[in-house]
Design a protein around this ligand. Structure first.
Ligand SMILES: N[C@@H](CCC(=O)N[C@@H](CS)C(=O)NCC(=O)O)C(=O)O
Length: 202
């Protein structure tokens, strides 16, 4: 085995990296790392996950990791070649990391899963932002089959694990079905082997 992914399978970022490997048929081993330990900070100076080890090469940050895997390994290309499509893909990865993750995972999913303090008022307050974000993704998915273009790209693999968690919350259960394009896209993604084989434990 030449590829190791460090981080717990519950993490959406870890799932994104696993899905990238899955889509490209890259065998990998998932490894645990004790948060904040010396081993962890040796691998990642800011003590985050995921971390990739490919032979003697260590790489942090999911954006860098996923692009590296796509470039180094054969298999379907996950970064479109056309500049506008590539631009949209990069835009999506950036917005998912900077906006979607914050609203959907930090503000909604983690409190609902009991992994962060639960404050119903705060959850109610993020509803407009949640709906706005779902609407933006739904609009893009009405224009092409996948987020950035007509082909699966890294953009989809960053957002899908997050939406999968949102759908398990009461708020997601109520709102997501109202976005038909998003529902169609999510249904298709959920059928993919890369999604099934990276399912986090309950
Ligand atoms: N910018 C990082 C973010 C990764 C990240 O925030 N990972 C979370 C888990 S999903 C983490 O390591 N959290 C630990 C912490 O915040 O201390 C990336 O894209 O890899």
């Amino acid at each position: 085995m030449s590829v190791f992914i460090y981080g717990p399978p519950q993490s959406t970022y870890v799932r994104t990296v696993r899905m990238v490997c899955g889509e490209k048929n890259v065998p990998y081993e998932l490894k645990d790392v004790e948060f904040g330990s010396a081993d962890h900070t040796t691998l990642h100076p800011f003590a985050r996950i995921p971390i990739l080890r490919h032979r003697d090469f260590i790489l942090c940050e999911s954006s860098a990791i996923t692009r590296y895997i796509d470039q180094v390994f054969d298999g379907p290309r996950l970064r479109p070649e056309q500049p506008r499509e590539r631009g949209l893909m990069n835009q999506w990865v950036s917005t998912v990391n900077d906006y979607y993750y914050d609203v959907m995972i930090r503000s909604l999913v983690l409190p609902r899963l009991g992994l962060a303090p639960l404050d119903e008022k705060k959850i109610a307050a993020i509803k407009p932002r949640l709906e706005h974000q779902l609407g933006v993704a739904d609009k893009a998915l009405g224009e092409h089959e996948f987020l950035a273009c007509g082909e699966l790209s890294l953009a989809d693999l960053f957002l899908a694990p997050i939406v999968a968690y949102v759908m398990k919350t009461p708020e997601g259960g109520r709102t997501v079905p109202g976005y038909a394009n998003l529902v169609r896209w999510m249904r298709d993604i959920m059928e993919r082997d890369s999604f099934k084989s990276s399912a986090p434990p309950l």
